[in-house]
Design a protein around this ligand. Structure first.
Ligand SMILES: Cc1cc2nc3c(=O)[nH]c(=O)nc-3n(C[C@H](O)[C@H](O)[C@H](O)COP(=O)(O)OP(=O)(O)OC[C@H]3O[C@@H](n4cnc5c(N)ncnc54)[C@H](O)[C@@H]3O)c2cc1C
Length: 389
């Protein structure tokens, strides 16, 4: 089904992305990122230079000024995931969808002026640290504390599973500044690479997204000056998190649709080129029927995700709607990737094939950004008339 949410500007922009891919997202680069467990800074800078990263940074700070129009980031995701660059797309997402928006929406003027121009060029890489070894879904259970001292805060605690955590220069960190677990007991502080007592820990070994670093972070008596309290307001951390979560969840839905679309294309190509029992794999009725199911699912995915993209652009994507998109899209993505991998036979289990890596990468979409169980909880609470979880 033809999609109609892109206009000429988006299609022109697609040309820029394709050009960047030709130069920088080669098989050699993808293999190197996977082997090194991180995207090299030169690639991030080149993307910023090409105008495809830093899209959510306002123009006045040197970025693309497209925080609300997620269609540009959707184009980047489509093209990069189509060539097997899921880890790179993930690293872009952490910068443009997770770290930058906190500063744009909630930073003080000084914080924006200090960080955004360098985030636009990828001189500064950001990360978002909420999860802790003892608290993931239940964020009110965190134990990283920020104790008020003269001129700032002293941070103690640890975070885990932090995407871009090893490479980050600036970590948007969710901490406790008060007693108990009331929403006003939490704040967000900006912790900088190189601050005494801040350790990026080790890169975590994981099932997929091998080219994008995920790390444990620890904070031992880290002094953070007052001016690094996000928005200059103590006790606003929970509200600040809630404001950005719909975008994070939309971005996962978009990534799911991109991966499903790519998997369909890879699988049509593969089943046309491989033969068994004297005919092409695509000539078996089972293959064609499975591919027909996948094609319809991809259309439905885009129809839904595109609607959400437009709602987000118009400021109308609620927390509940974003939660639905996140769980539904990531589950359709998972079904599509599983079907497509099966049609690759044993080659679908080999890491050199993009379907294999995309399958492993997709698994986390049902886990991070809030697990799909938590997404269903948010949606069903609204249905039951008791929102606010
Ligand atoms: C690769 C990767 C990257 C990540 N990147 C980041 C990042 O950049 N920043 C960050 O802060 N975090 C990040 N995370 C963490 C991620 O958001 C958490 O793993 C996720 O929120 C789940 O938390 P948890 O792992 O503690 O699981 P738990 O909360 O312990 O959940 C375990 C199981 O219990 C279920 N469960 C929990 N509560 C309920 C409930 N109320 N009702 C029903 N079921 C429930 C969950 O759905 C899950 O199935 C990342 C995780 C991974 C794997």
């Amino acid at each position: 089904m033809e999609r109609d949410i892109y206009d000429e500007d988006h299609e022109d922009f697609r040309g820029l992305v394709k050009d960047f891919i030709k130069r920088h997202v080669t098989n050699e680069a993808i293999q190197r990122w996977d082997a090194e467990g991180e995207i090299d800074r030169a690639a991030m800078r080149a993307a910023a230079e090409a105008g495809i990263l830093g899209l959510s940074v306002p123009e006045e700070f040197g970025g693309g000024g497209m925080l609300r129009d997620y269609r540009y980031r959707a184009v980047v995701g489509e093209e990069i995931i189509a060539v097997g660059g899921g880890s790179l797309a993930g690293a872009f997402g952490i910068q443009d969808d997770l770290a930058v928006p906190y500063l744009v929406h909630m930073g003080t003027e000084e914080q924006k002026a200090k960080w955004l121009p360098r985030m636009a060029t990828a001189e500064v890489i950001g990360a978002l640290a909420m999860t802790e070894p003892g608290a993931g879904s239940d964020l009110r259970g965190i134990s990283t504390t920020a104790k008020k001292v003269e001129g700032g805060y002293v941070i103690n605690g640890a975070k885990t599973f932090i995407s871009s955590g090893k490479t980050a220069d600036l970590v948007v960190t969710f901490v406790k500044t008060g007693e108990g677990n009331r929403p006003d007991a939490f704040s967000i502080v900006l912790i900088e690479n190189g601050m005494d007592g801040f350790d990026h820990g080790k890169k975590l070994s994981k099932l997929g997204s091998h080219g994008h670093d995920t790390a444990e972070l620890s904070f031992t008596d880290v002094f953070v000056p007052e001016e690094n309290l996000l928005g200059g307001q103590e006790g606003r951390g929970f509200v600040q998190l809630m404001m950005n979560l719909p975008l994070e969840r939309l971005s996962i839905g978009v990534a799911g649709a991109c991966a499903a679309q790519a998997a369909l294309a890879w699988t049509v190509d593969y089943t046309k080129s491989r033969e068994a029992f004297g005919q092409r794999i695509i000539d078996f009725q089972n293959t064609r029927f499975k591919l027909a199911d996948v094609a319809a699912t991809v259309d439905a995915l885009w129809a839904y995700v595109d609607r959400a993209l437009l709602a987000y652009k118009d400021g109308k994507l609620s927390a509940e709607e974003a939660a639905k998109v996140k769980f539904w899209a990531s589950e359709r993505e998972w079904e599509v990737l599983d079907t497509c991998l099966q049609l690759h036979g044993g080659y679908g289990y080999m890491n050199e094939y993009p379907i294999t890596r995309a399958f492993a990468d997709a698994r986390v979409h049902r886990i991070y950004g809030g697990t799909n169980e938590i997404m269903r909880d948010i949606v069903s609470r609204q249905l039951a008339g008791k929102p606010g979880a």
